[in-house]
Design a protein around this ligand. Structure first.
Ligand code: 3PY
Ligand code: MG
Length: 252
């Protein structure tokens, strides 16, 4: 099965990605049916481990959204397992150097290009019988830029052969730049980094993606040129909906 996200973005469209932090296949399935182009299971900060993530990827593929995963760190064994479980995109946190970017891409690609081991398991069920032949052209590798050294090396990281995109982590970036995380709107240092990272990605001919605190910021960054935006995580969506319903119920 081809990646609908790749098709959308290569035609100039912006993909809207949901971000799953809760350990609930039911919520994963609901988000997949809600109209997002992809749903990312977050193994770095989400309330589940690799075994839980496999059930979440299954639940996402019960709906139309493409299953993505943010791996917990740079471990190629975990990246391989998430790909074998059917993740069509891997977002890798804390890529600070071109060497780390190269190792990350290698973990996502079969030999002779990379070092991914053969054993596609559930990926064959999701991707179909041609999965192995197409995987290196289908699976997306996104490097997260979220530190001062990463910002410094952003052009060299973007030039990594086989890397599909740079993905901004605005909260870690805020901390790295001496600001507080979680500010809405983010500090000007992060606003500037958003422009720098977008330009570096597009200069290198790869995509630019980002996490955002909410839909308004996601819309603004999509208008700026971001190809892949994430309008808050599942808990942020739940809290925002709860706040609106409470306010409406108590308006009388
Ligand atoms: C960050 O903002 O640092 C992220 O990793 C997005 O969740
Ligand atoms: Mg982060």
């Amino acid at each position: 099965r081809a990646s609908a996200i790749r098709t959308l973005m290569s035609g100039g469209g912006t993909a809207v990605n949901a971000w799953l932090s809760s350990d609930s296949p039911y919520i994963a399935e609901a988000l997949s049916h809600a109209g997002f182009h992809s749903v990312t299971v977050d193994l770095q900060h989400g309330m589940f481990g690799v075994d839980g993530a496999i059930a979440l990827l299954q639940a996402i593929s019960a709906g139309p959204a493409e299953p993505f995963a943010r791996c917990p760190d740079h471990d190629p064994a975990v990246i391989g397992k998430l790909l074998d479980a059917g993740a069509y995109g891997i977002i890798c946190p804390g890529i600070d150097t071109p060497a780390q970017a190269e190792a990350f891409v290698s973990a996502c690609r079969y030999p002779p290009t990379g070092r991914r081991s053969f054993g596609p398991a559930r990926a064959l069920l999701y991707g179909g019988p041609d999965y192995t032949d197409e995987a290196d052209r289908t699976v997306m590798a996104w490097a997260m830029i979220e530190s001062a050294p990463a910002l410094e090396a952003v052009d060299a990281i973007a030039a990594t052969p086989g890397l599909d995109g740079l993905f901004v982590g605005p909260n870690d970036l805020a901390l790295a730049l001496g600001q507080r995380a979680g500010q809405v709107p983010p500090p000007t240092e992060v606003e500037q980094a958003w422009v720098t990272i977008l330009e570096a990605a597009h200069r290198a001919g790869i995509y630019a993606g980002t996490f955002c605190a909410n839909g308004e910021i996601a819309a603004r960054l999509a208008a700026l040129g971001y190809d892949f935006v994430t309008p808050g995580n599942d808990l942020a969506l739940l809290r925002a909906g709860a706040r609106l319903a409470l306010r409406a119920a108590q308006a009388a």
